[in-house]
Design a protein around this ligand. Structure first.
Ligand code: GBH
Length: 444
């Protein structure tokens, strides 16, 4: 069978979520606001005025969600911890009730025979730390290191897979330069400082986990996407090159190669102190890749850096919410990571949005998502045959959830969530994924 040749022993199949997008229970058991709670309340930032107050109510329904994963037959669950749940003021006194939630979650995941993959930071900085300047404050690296230490001490006996950050470039660029994400600031200086401080935080986090968790396997999750000049036009080439540095290289390169890419290096120089690059570049066990499709850049003098998002070619295929579908770019990205960084790769997110709704019989037939996942899995096979050392694959997402600026209108789940009743219904894609896992497993 074709799978046999492709998947190495121990290849892991998983599903991903993140705290702010699924937990809800925003004011329960001592949780304090994050920057996303604040951002949701700014007019016009999130579609429909949606918030994370209830989300998928995973905080109360986690056992049901773990049972769903068990039914799918997944090996691993990637989730994140909400910093303001465990450290409401961001630092100082820990909140025991918040820490207890992740004890319950981790234990339930382990009892189901599923491996927990813990992501320390998926964008929900405590508002109390934003009030001190957030990632633009150099102290943030120390705040993050202390927070990671707390988690490593508490969960390190049971959790061996650690992720420092999710998608560094998305939350720094969209948080500090193009205001599509919390905290919604547009300021070049703050953006540059945030890049450097988040890199320092990453390095300090790796050291904390390494020191405290025996047998830890540590990765960082990067959202690499090819950046192409819109329309293939030469006048968009420099915009694409700069966006490529901000988007794809400003974190991977310093963390894995020990230096910033050239344009970022020049601009960031005033933030860098002696010894910083060695603090950032710490040994890593694997490269976490979140991938959806390529992006397009065009000159836009009105933005912080003079570039903006461009359009995909008019004839390109798109999925549910209009993002371009280019499975070959996924293969190329995996091969490029292999060439540039020479390390094992875990696909920590891949998936497809849409407005899926039940038909008259209550079924959700998301054939568009099955088509997308099939194409991307075939590209992953090609990359593995081409020499990429891919060790696992996580679908984004287990559940329909709070899709950031798009609110609840854009559904990425393989399990449908009715946000009125909180009823979960596996979509056709969930059955397809369960079947894929079964076939892949019986072939190895
Ligand atoms: C990930 O972000 C996040 O980790 C996750 O929380 C989120 O729910 C998931 O993906 C789905 O969005 O400008 O049309 O070319 C991905 C963020 C997705 C941001 C692709 C830029 C470009 C789309 N990126 N997006 S487009």
């Amino acid at each position: 069978m074709e799978h046999k040749a492709v998947f190495p022993e121990g290849f892991l199949w998983g599903t991903s979520t993140s705290a702010f997008q699924v937990e809800g229970a925003a004011t329960e058991d001592g949780r304090a606001p994050s920057i996303w709670d604040s951002f949701c309340r700014l007019k016009g930032r999130v579609d429909n005025g949606d918030t994370g107050d209830v989300a998928c109510d995973h905080y109360h329904r986690y056992a049901e969600d773990v049972a769903l994963m068990r039914g799918l037959g997944v090996d691993a669950y990637r989730f994140s911890v909400a910093w303001p749940r465990v450290l409401p003021r961001g630092r100082g006194m820990a909140n025991e009730a918040g820490l207890d939630f992740y004890d319950r979650l981790i234990d339930t995941v382990l009892e189901a025979g599923i491996e927990p993959w813990l992501c320390v930071y998926h964008w929900d900085l405590p508002q109390a730390l934003q009030d001190l300047g957030g990632w633009a404050n150099r102290d943030s690296a120390g705040w993050y290191a202390d927070y990671t230490t707390l988690l490593a001490r508490r969960y390190g006996d049971r959790v061996k897979r650690w992720i420092t950050f999710n998608e560094f470039s998305v939350f720094t660029l969209f948080g500090y330069a193009i205001p599509w994400a919390a905290p919604g600031i547009t300021d070049r200086g703050q953006h540059l400082r945030a890049i450097h401080h988040v890199n320092l935080a990453h390095g300090a986090g790796v050291d904390a986990v390494r020191a405290l968790v025996p047998g830890a396997s540590i990765g960082a999750v990067h959202n690499r996407q090819r950046v192409l000049p819109e329309g293939g036009k030469p006048e968009n080439a420099e915009a694409a090159a700069l966006l490529d540095e901000h988007w794809n290289l400003a974190f991977c390169d310093p963390q894995l190669l020990g230096h910033y890419p050239p344009r970022v290096a020049r601009a960031i120089e005033p933030c860098v102190k002696a010894g910083d690059m060695a603090r950032i570049c710490r040994p890593m066990d694997w490269f976490g890749l979140n991938h959806y499709g390529p992006i397009f850049a065009r000159v836009n003098p009105e933005t912080t850096w003079g570039y903006g998002w461009g359009d995909a070619p008019p004839d390109s295929p798109t999925h549910g919410v209009g993002w371009a579908v280019f499975p070959d770019a996924f293969r190329d990205e995996l091969l490029e990571i292999t060439r540039r960084y020479r390390m094992p790769i875990v696909i920590t997110e891949n998936g497809c949005g849409g407005s899926d709704s039940p038909d008259e019989s209550g079924d959700i037939v998301d054939q568009h998502r099955i088509n997308y996942l099939q194409l991307y899995n075939a590209s992953m096979h090609e990359a593995i045959r081409g020499g990429a050392d891919v060790r696992g694959y996580f679908v984004w997402s287990l559940l329909d959830n709070f899709e950031w600026g798009s609110g609840y209108g854009n559904r990425f789940g393989i399990v449908h969530v009715d946000f009125e009743s909180q009823k979960r219904t596996p979509k056709a894609s969930a059955r397809w994924y369960a079947d894929l896992i079964k076939r892949a497993r019986s072939a190895t």
